[in-house]
Design a protein around this ligand. Structure first.
Ligand SMILES: Cc1cc2nc3c(=O)[nH]c(=O)nc-3n(C[C@H](O)[C@H](O)[C@H](O)COP(=O)(O)OP(=O)(O)OC[C@H]3O[C@@H](n4cnc5c(N)ncnc54)[C@H](O)[C@@H]3O)c2cc1C
Length: 565
């Protein structure tokens, strides 16, 4: 069997290596347009920032590795330029010589990825404007930065004047994860960084109130955010600098510009082969990664996948799904009955020592599709037992089906323990777990790692309390006519209080129940929701109508208060 794989990075390389492990006899040809296969594009921002110092560290496996270890005919600088699906052939162009050869296949796998969006804006081709997708992209950025830093070595030895102006101002366009990672790394390189984002928040998959926490954090670490503003064009300024012009009429001078406007599935070859393209613009595949042509498979950023929670077709440009899909395509080609389960978009980004992570549906996604059968909770547990040094608060938003408790999505932020919480929630979600399963999950515990009641259990318990009716819930955005009862201590109110709220500290509540009305609903507030829950339980058992305000004061002003806590 002759198998051609187009694209030699995440999806393509996984497919090639897996196929060889399953079939020693298959004739495998993997072609890659660029100079490297199997490189770590996820590490590129950190190479720019100097965290990953050596470029060679990014090269996970070479053309030689594929040839020698896997007996795969691996060709770099080799571009697939045409597919003739009827003849089952692919035209390959040697990038160096331009020579074109035609090869035939029994099965073809497309993993061409998704190039960075590069709109035809005025001035977009000016020197100093970069995108970050490949190793050569990262190299070019490093060279540009280093070229401008020569002055640091001192004065010109004859004239005594500085001959090279330092590069100090960076503008990153786009507040997705690559944009933010680049912004962080440029801060590490000493740049004054402005991030311009067209939306009114960074990290679009997060709900806005959670994104606000991220925004507060990166601003505290020196990134200037210009939200709600799109780039309109670029103008050459003095000393090789670039003026970034925005739609609102502002100008941001920059010595380096990073374009990070998202990616678009590469469907050039797929269209040429007459393959079905879906409504989101990606190659349409079935659960076995087969395209509309049964002999052509497609994987990775170029394909549309079913959203695991909503069932909608979506584009998920992530390394994990690309790798798994490559493996599944190989399985199927080798005769195995593997299936892709869909993607839930599980992601994490590290920023200045903190992390933001998410999985499954966001609240705004559910609202967009008109799904009202959900409830959400906010909680702020410690990353590990508070009595053990170094515990940090985590901000968690967990979304679940109101009717049956099924976990729908989660967003977790903080400086410690974020990754394992979102990973546990992601597995639970994929297994179709309910919040009752989270209550009962048996997780590892020692004080330096977690709590006997881990934040995952805690989330399950809080959510289950809501569904079981033990803790009727309300949210700040729906609070209207109710009486607000603040059960914090007066000293806490001095820092921040809610106008019109009655203050009865939890410790005095039982003695002062007579001060509260029985004919009005009472919304109970505290700092994070925990004391409000205790108070709600007292009130409900004493015959009052009470609800806990989810997440307390911390969820009222997410961004300002969380990192200060
Ligand atoms: C800077 C950066 C950081 C990232 N960080 C993360 C992260 O932290 N976590 C995460 O999950 N994901 C991350 N990603 C996304 C992840 O890298 C992609 O989702 C993944 O690489 C997609 O795999 P793929 O095989 O579909 O495409 P790619 O890995 O992009 O590979 C496609 C390859 O196909 C080649 N190609 C295209 N057309 C042809 C052709 N006609 N002929 C020959 N070759 C061709 C391209 O040159 C390219 O090398 C990051 C991406 C970037 C760019």
């Amino acid at each position: 069997m002759k198998v051609i794989i187009v694209g030699g990075v995440a999806g393509g390389a996984s497919c090639a290596a897996r196929l060889r492990r399953l079939d020693e006899k298959a004739e495998i040809l993997m072609v890659e347009r660029g100079p490297y296969v199997s490189y770590a594009n996820c590490g590129l921002p950190y190479h720019v920032g100097g965290v990953i110092e050596k470029e060679s560290s990014l090269l996970v496996a070479s053309e030689k590795t594929f040839r020698e270890q896997f007996a795969i005919d691996c060709r770099t600088n080799c571009e697939a330029i045409k597919i003739s699906a009827d003849k089952k052939t692919v035209d390959l162009r040697d990038v160096a010589t331009g020579e074109v050869t035609t090869v035939s296949y029994d099965k073809l796998v497309l993993s061409p990825g998704a190039p960075s969006v590069r709109p035809p804006l005025p001035g977009i081709d000016l020197a100093g404007i970069f995108q970050v997708r490949t190793v050569p992209d990262a190299r070019a950025i490093r060279e540009w930065i280093e070229k401008g830093s020569l002055f640091l070595s001192g004065m010109h030895k004859y004239s005594g004047f500085q001959t090279v102006r330092p590069k100090t101002r960076a503008v990153v366009i786009g507040g997705g994860f690559i944009g933010l990672e680049m912004a962080e790394n440029l801060v590490h390189r000493g740049f004054d960084v402005t991030l311009v984002e067209m939306l009114d928040q960074v990290l679009a998959p997060l709900d806005q109130e959670m994104a606000r926490i991220v925004e507060g954090y990166v601003e505290r670490h020196g990134i200037h955010l210009a939200l709600n503003d799109g780039v309109a064009g670029f103008k050459l300024a003095a000393n090789d600098a670039v003026d970034v012009l925005t739609k609102s009429g502002k100008t941001y001078p920059a010595d380096i510009v990073i374009l990070s406007l998202g990616v678009r599935p590469d469907t050039t070859l797929a269209k040429m082969a007459g393959l079905k393209i879906g409504e989101r613009g990606g190659i349409r595949v079935d659960e076995q990664m087969r395209t509309s042509n049964p002999d052509i498979f497609a994987v990775g950023d170029a394909v549309e996948v079913k959203d695991f929670v909503t069932g909608e077709w979506s584009l998920i440009a992530l390394a994990g799904p690309a790798n798994r899909q490559g493996r599944i395509a190989a399985d199927v080609i080798a005769g195995r009955n593997s299936h892709f389960r869909g993607s839930q978009g599980t992601s994490i980004i590290g920023l200045f020592g903190a992390a933001a992570a998410w999985t499954g549906a966001s609240e705004k996604t559910l609202n967009r599709i008109g799904d009202k059968d959900y409830e959400k909770i906010y909680l702020y547990p410690n990353s590990h037992a508070g009595y053990y040094p170094g515990a940090k608060p985590i901000a968690m938003k967990v979304i679940f089906r109101e009717s049956d408790g099924r976990l729908l999505g989660a967003q977790v932020l903080g400086e410690d323990g974020v990754d394992k919480r979102i990973s546990a929630l992601a597995v639970a979600l994929q297994m179709g777990a309910t919040i009752y399963d989270l209550e009962e999950a048996e997780l590892c515990y020692a004080p330096q790692f977690g709590s006997a009641k881990d934040p995952i259990n805690f989330a399950g318990m809080v959510a289950a309390d809501v569904i079981r009716g033990d803790m009727p819930l309300s949210h700040w955005d729906s609070a209207e006519e109710e009486l607000l009862l603040d059960v914090r201590e007066p000293v806490e109110l001095a820092v921040e209080s809610v106008p019109g709220a009655v203050n009865i500290p939890l410790s005095q509540l039982r003695a002062r129940l007579g001060e509260l009305p029985r004919n009005r609903e009472i919304l109970v507030i505290c700092r994070s929701g925990q004391r409000a829950y205790y108070a709600t339980r007292i009130l409900l058992q004493k015959g009052f109508k009470a609800r806990t305000l989810a997440g307390g004061m911390l969820s009222r002003t997410h961004a300002e208060t969380f990192w200060a806590s």
